[in-house]
Design a protein around this ligand. Structure first.
Ligand code: PLP
Length: 365
């Protein structure tokens, strides 16, 4: 018998969210960001729902090659570019677009033998994240070098926002990008999910939505449902045991929760080895047979305890939604002091995954 915990990936929701991203930037092409195993959803699983994207964007070269094996014929953008000369060769062999953010990457491209088919490049400007990318002068030099390289088919310009999730948070970065790129030829790509949803002027030639495709909100203040996004990952487990605490009884490792009255609790088949955050405190929301409840005490490797005072009828076998359709992943993340991105990406390999296939007709949601 498998453990009674299961994740469900809802492909119609993913297709719906991609369509919403496209509607927010109707004149732009769209890179669907699928790094980190499609934000924990499984690259192969999500592929059928992303057919309407113009390209896929990710970090991992082995996964990019896998996408080609799986038959993805449209463009693929490597968001951090090559990690070494071998990756540069792989990009030429598999027709992968390369972000170029540093001198070393320029050098690897300059050394590509003349007989290789050229690749598309995206020269990256650092607009304030201080992570990857050239400064203004470096960008102009990189643009000129890339434009003259036989190994390069096209040179586009990109940046990644540090604060697009805050009101007016992309303004300064957009001004810096405009100044740094003024007069330079090539397509532009700026917008992550937050910008797709809140900064129409950032849409430009290519948008790069990630979290919104997976039904997560990029904003602390706006829920995904308010943004019209549908959850793509549901995590559900069942109750393994029911017990009644007496006043003074403690629950779980470290005895972090102590009952002050007689109370029924449930032990649920989900722990941090499934990807549930260990640092989620008592009071993190769950749903038991559809009714709101909360966690109690410390999350263990394979189990967690929850309060049954509001759901006295629940018992062994009751269904507990950890996140999904009725309990936004962002609400759980917020209680645990993190973001929905981290919870999705942490879904553990031991959790069985069921994929809800695409409906024949899009727009079912
Ligand atoms: C370069 C780049 N573009 C786009 C994205 C997508 O961002 P989000 O998931 O916030 O939409 C990411 C993700 O971190 C990224 O690193």
């Amino acid at each position: 018998m498998p453990r009674p915990i299961e994740a469900t990936i809802v492909l119609d929701a993913l297709r719906h969210n991609l369509a919403l991203a496209r509607r927010r930037a109707p004149a732009s092409k769209c890179w669907a960001v699928v790094k980190a195993n499609a934000y924990g959803h499984g690259l192969e699983r999500v592929l059928p729902a992303l057919a309407a994207a113009d390209g896929l964007a990710l970090i991992e070269f082995d996964q990019a090659c896998r996408l080609r094996e799986l038959g993805w014929k449209k463009r693929i953008l490597m968001l951090e570019g090559a990690f070494d000369a071998a990756d540069t060769a792989a990009a030429h062999a598999h027709d992968l677009d390369l972000v170029v953010h540093c001198e070393e990457q320029l050098g690897w491209l300059a050394d590509v033998p003349a007989d290789r088919p050229p690749v598309n490049s995206f020269a990256k400007f650092d607009s304030g994240l201080n992570r990857l990318g050239f400064d203004s002068e470096g960008l102009r030099r990189a643009h000129a070098r890339l434009s003259s390289m036989p190994a390069v088919r096209s040179v586009a310009l990109m940046t990644h926002f540090a604060n697009a999730d805050l009101a007016d948070g992309a303004d300064e970065a957009m001004e810096l990008f405009a100044a740094a790129t003024s007069g330079l030829a090539g397509e532009r790509s700026l917008a992550n999910s937050a910008a797709v949803l809140s900064v129409p002027a950032a849409a430009r030639d290519w948008i790069r939505p990630g979290i919104m495709l997976y039904g997560g909100s990029p904003f602390a203040q706006h829920g995904a449902a308010d943004l019209g996004l549908a959850p793509t990952m549901l995590l559900r487990a069942r109750v393994l045991a029911r017990r009644v605490l007496q006043p003074g009884d403690a629950v779980g490792y470290g005895s972090l929760f102590r009952a002050s009255e007689p109370m029924p609790i449930a032990v649920v088949a989900c722990g941090y080895a499934d990807g549930y955050p260990r640092h989620a405190p008592s009071g993190t929301p769950v749903l038991v047979d559809g009714m709101p409840s909360t966690t109690l005490g410390r999350v263990a490797m394979d189990m967690m305890m929850i309060d049954l005072r509001q759901c006295p009828g629940a018992g062994v076998g009751s269904l507990v939604e950890l996140w999904g359709n009725h309990l936004p992943i962002d609400a759980v993340a917020q209680s645990a002091g993190t973001i929905g991105y981290e919870l999705m990406c942490a879904l553990a390999p031991r959790v069985a995954v069921q994929v809800e296939a695409l409906a024949a007709h899009p727009g079912a949601l």
